[in-house]
Structure formats: C-alpha cells, structure tokens
Design a binder for this molecule. Structure first.
Ligand code: S3P
Length: 451
C-alpha cells in the first residue's frame, strides 16, 4: 500500500522584506531524465546537483527495481550503473511513482519496448491523472496497457517483444509524452519520429544527444520534427543538474510583491523552453534582472536578482508562451493579484490535468482571499488589486499539489490577513527546502499544529 504522508497545515503572513541569497535545488525535469538515461546506459553515469525531492527519489527507486544500480554518494551526488538500452529487468514489485506524472510517464516510455511486464501506481493525485496520452503512442510500438477506467493508474504495461518504430504527432503540447515516445524509440529498430507542433521543454533531446544518441531536430513551419535512430550505444555521462527555474519562481515572485525585498537567486536554468515566466514578469514591470549569464551542463544559466516591484501591471500573456511556463501559472496568478489591472492567461487547458486542476484550485483560493478571478475551459483572468491590495484570510486547499501549496504561501506574504494552506506536505515532492529557504530570507511562514 502506498503510504500517504501526514497532513501539514501551514500559514504565511506579511512581515519583513525578503533579503539574502536563495539556494534553489536541482531541476526536477532534468533530474528524472538523468536517472532514467543513466539506467539505460552501460557504465557509470555521475550526477551532481540531483533534486532530492520525493518525486525524483521515487524515480531512483524505480530504476533500481528495473535492474540499475543507483547510489547516493551524499550532497546531491549520485551514480547510476545502467543496464543498457533494452536491458531493463522485470520488476518484482509494483512501481510506486508517488505524486510524479513525469516519473511514471517517462518510465513507462523507457520500458515500453522491452519484453517485460510492470505495474505502476501512485498517490491519489497521480492515480486520477490521464495516462491514455502515453499508452496511445506506446501501443503503436506494440506495448499493451491495462489500467482503470479513463486510462488511469494503477496500470500494467506489457512491453513490446518485437517493437516497431513509430511516427507520432503530439496531440497536445506535452514534454512528458514527447519524452516517453523518444525513450521508447531507443529500443525500437529504425527511426522513430516525433512531430511537435508546439515546442515544449527540450531536456530529453539535449540529454539524448549528450549520451550519444543519433537525434536530428528539424524546425519547420508545422513545428519541430525529431528523428531518433533506434538501438544506439549510449555513453555514460557526468551530468551537472542546473537549479530549477520552476522552484526559483516562488522566492522570486515573493520578492516582487513583498515591500522592500531584494534577493539573489544564483545559478538558475534559463533554457528558453522553460523561462517564459521570467519574460512575462519583466513585461509586467518586474524589477528582475539576469546577472552573470553562462552555460552549465549544456543549459543556459543566470543569477536572478528580484526586487520589490510596486509598479507591475496586468498583461495578456501570449498563449504561444504557455508551454514554456506551464508550471508557473499558479504563482503568476499570485503576482497578477498584486499587480494593477487584469492579467489574462489563455491557451492553458493543460493546467486542468496537472497534479490537480490548477485553474480551479487557484481561482477558488484567490476568490477566498478577496481576488476576482474569471475562468473558462482553457483560460483564466485575474483582476489585480494592486500592491498591498489583496485581503487574504482564506483557508486554501493544496489538493496534493506542491505548486498550489507554495503559491498560496507566497500570496499570504503580501496579503492584509494571513493565508492558511490546508496541507503543505506535497511541497516535499519538488522543493523540500522551501519553508527553510523562505524563512531564511525573512518570510513569515510556518507550520500550524494539526487540530
Ligand atoms: C514536465 C513536463 C510538463 C510539466 C511537468 C514536467 C517534464 O508536463 O508540467 O511538471 O519534465 O517533462 P506535460 O508534459 O504534461 O506538459
């Protein structure tokens, strides 16, 4: 039985300005991929700066269950001794991916073209999320899946004995689906082609190239065409994981709305397929600068400096930017509530199938805190109340979603009344240091006693 972590009620309220330096943990997307590609490669892959959050730890455990040797050397340093492409062993237990959609979907792809059977499960959030978007393309390789109604976990996959290469056009902008198809393509003969009408995060492509896979990327009017030659001899790598821009978003956004704040957030990955939030904040008038721009581990990186920004105004966020900031809309809506005027966010239907329905979760909590929000199937709009104008006072539900919990805790730091969050325990999936880091910057945030 998967164990559910204890509920952790939390609250935040206005207080001192935020100041100092925020050491953000490693990128979650890149951490999952480093473990999985390391497990598919013979020899020792070394990873530094791995995110040691629950989601990634679940992926490390899963890689062990598929036969890889995964060692934690301490302090973000890990090694993986992989089994090679097509070398996954059949796990002797159910693979529990906890809260992680990325973990389960990428691992399903990685095993789909190996003739083994594996059963996957997760927590209540993950077990309610759609997996058909993964099992549909994996079926084209010859992989069978049996799950619950609506294509939900728990689910058993029977990997293809004689996999066929596929050509697949993504029906939705999803890096998880793209990555699952590419990972499955590794053990199919011939060329697997993925057509991506809208560019999504490209960490899998970058890492496949670094491991020596033969991948060509063509930019066309109809999007990106990725062609992967199957059955490559992957070479083990030394990977340095950049710090996660999606986690950095929380202290950065908090500094923008808490009067008098000035913080430095060093070494943040600014891959253009991930950096849409920062572009948006700058368009809104945020005092946010990139310093010391450089490249680390094949990814562009900069130190972010964020200062209190009382002159921010609402904007229309271009829908074409949605994929590059899809995880940041919850915290953007908190900044929007503290800006002047309306912020319109369109083209965000994918938010409804994340760890929870993020449009509904943010709209409900923001309204409880005195902010007007309108929503439709694929959009939502926040009516800004201006600096210091958010009433607060709500008890906001996190719905087993780390980013919803952190967003409401940021909201409380600039609100007139404290904001309470029913359960902060999901924060440990992606950002276990969040509370300590925020209070270290001076944030007025704490756990409450369980009633
Ligand atoms: C991720 C892709 C995105 C994102 C998730 C991480 C990844 O999901 O929301 O947090 O690492 O590939 P989708 O692929 O569903 O858009």
């Amino acid at each position: 039985m998967p164990t559910q972590p204890a509920v952790i009620p939390m609250r935040s309220e206005a207080g001192a300005p935020l100041s100092g330096t925020a050491g953000i943990p490693g990128d979650k997307s890149i951490s999952h991929r480093a473990l999985i590609l390391g497990a598919l490669t013979v020899g020792e892959t070394r990873i530094s700066g791995l995110l040691e959050g629950e989601d990634v730890i679940d992926t490390a455990r899963a890689m062990r269950a598929f036969g890889a040797e995964v060692n934690h050397l301490g302090g973000g340093e890990w090694t993986v001794h992989g089994v090679g492409t097509g070398g996954f062993a059949e796990p002797d237990r159910v693979i529990d991916c906890g809260n992680s959609g990325t973990g389960v979907r990428l691992i399903m792809g990685a095993m789909a073209t190996t003739p083994i059977t594996a059963t996957f499960t997760g927590d209540a959030s993950l077990n309610s999320r759609p997996m058909g978007r993964i099992t549909d393309p994996l079926a084209l390789f010859g992989c069978q899946a049996v799950g619950r109604s609506g294509g939900r976990l728990p689910m058993t996959l029977i990997g293809a004995r004689d996999p066929l290469p596929v050509r697949y056009e993504l029906p939705m902008p999803s890096a998880q689906v793209k990555s699952a198809v590419l990972l499955a393509g590794l053990n199919a003969p011939g060329e697997t082609v993925v057509v991506e009408p809208v560019a999504t995060r490209d960490h899998t492509e970058r890492m496949l190239e670094a491991f020596g896979a033969d991948l060509t990327i063509e930019e066309t009017g109809g999007g990106r065409i990725l062609t992967l030659k199957g059955r490559p001899e992957l070479r083990p790598q030394a990977i340095t994981v950049p710090r996660d821009p999606s986690s950095a978003a929380f202290p950065v956004c908090a500094a923008l709305i808490v009067p008098g704040s000035d913080i430095l957030v060093p070494g943040i990955g600014l891959n253009p397929t991930r950096a849409g939030l920062y572009e948006t904040l700058r368009e809104m008038g945020a005092e946010l600068t990139y310093e010391n721009m450089r490249e680390e581990g094949g990814e562009p990186v900069a130190d972010l400096r964020a200062r209190y920004s009382p002159d921010m105004t609402g904007i229309e966020v271009p829908p074409a930017r949605a994929a590059s900031m899809i995880d940041e809309y919850p915290v953007l809506s908190v900044v929007a509530a503290n800006a002047r005027g309306r912020t319109m966010m369109r083209g965000v239907a994918e938010l409804r199938v994340k760890e929870c329905d993020r449009i509904d979760a943010m709209a409900t909590g923001l309204r409880d805190c005195g902010v007007m929000v309108e929503e439709g199937a694929d959009w939502f709009a926040v009516e800004g109340r201006g600096p210091g104008g958010v009433r607060g006072g709500g008890l906001c539900k996190s719905h087993l979603d780390h980013r919803i919990a952190m967003s409401f805790l940021v909201l409380g730091l600039a609100a007139q009344e404290p904001v309470r969050v029913d359960d902060g325990s999901p924060i440990a999936t992606s950002f276990p240091q969040f509370e300590a880091l925020m209070t270290g910057l001076g944030a007025n945030m704490r756990r409450e006693d369980v009633q």
